[in-house]
Design a protein around this ligand. Structure first.
Ligand code: VGL
Ligand code: ZN
Length: 194
């Protein structure tokens, strides 16, 4: 299936491609950095079409509830203003990228880029109808962003060749992809967009 990128109605949403989620970081997604060249090609095509480009970032305070010392599941990661919270240096975001910071409230976990942010309003405000989602990690922030986008009524495409998961329990990634597709997301790869 071929999709022609619309500069008006499409948005590329790149989820949490940050140093801490890549090999060597505080909460690495295995081979998380492997998707970066693919994402750069999506960025190039969406940029050329004039489509909105969004990059979400996990942006926690140092005492965030998701950190083990504060009762959560994770080692400290993506702490606001630290090196690990920066976008990966190989990710080529245009200057006009809309950056959405999430999970900034110490008391609340937020895996979705829509949760506690104005992302829905920002997309609606410029007439976006379709969103194309890639990034890290498949079964956490990508999945929750995709499911929220569906709830808000967007047509949602999962960039199959530009997502990577943690797969802490083998099968987590596969189950997450299945759930996104069952709930209405469609999957595509670079070959499908022009
Ligand atoms: C994420 C775990 C903790 C993600 C964020 O971006 O998928 N995962 N915080
Ligand atoms: Zn986090």
């Amino acid at each position: 299936m071929k999709y022609k990128i619309s500069g008006k109605e499409d948005a590329l949403i790149i989820v949490d491609v940050q140093i801490d989620f890549c090999p060597g970081g505080a909460l690495p997604v295995p081979e998380g950095d492997k998707i970066i060249p693919v994402l750069n090609e999506y960025i190039r095509r969406f940029d050329a079409a004039g489509a909105l480009i969004v990059a979400t970032r996990d942006w926690h305070p140092p005492n965030h509830i998701s950190f083990r010392d504060y009762g959560g599941l994770w080692p400290p990661h993506c702490v606001q203003g630290t090196k690990g919270a920066e976008f990966h240096p190989e990710l080529r975001l245009p200057n006009r990228t809309l950056i959405i910071s999430k999970a900034t409230d110490p008391e609340k976990e937020a895996y979705s880029g829509f949760e506690g942010t104005d992302l829905n309003e920002r997309l609606r405000g410029v007439g976006v109808k379709r969103v194309f989602v890639g990034g890290l990690a498949t079964e956490y922030c990508v999945k929750n962003t995709v499911l929220d986008a569906l709830k808000y009524g967007f047509e949602v495409f999962l960039l199959e060749d530009a997502v990577k998961g943690i797969d802490a329990n083998p099968g987590d990634v596969e189950r997450a992809i299945k759930e996104m597709l069952e709930k209405g997301a469609k999957k595509l790869t670079l070959m499908d967009v022009e």
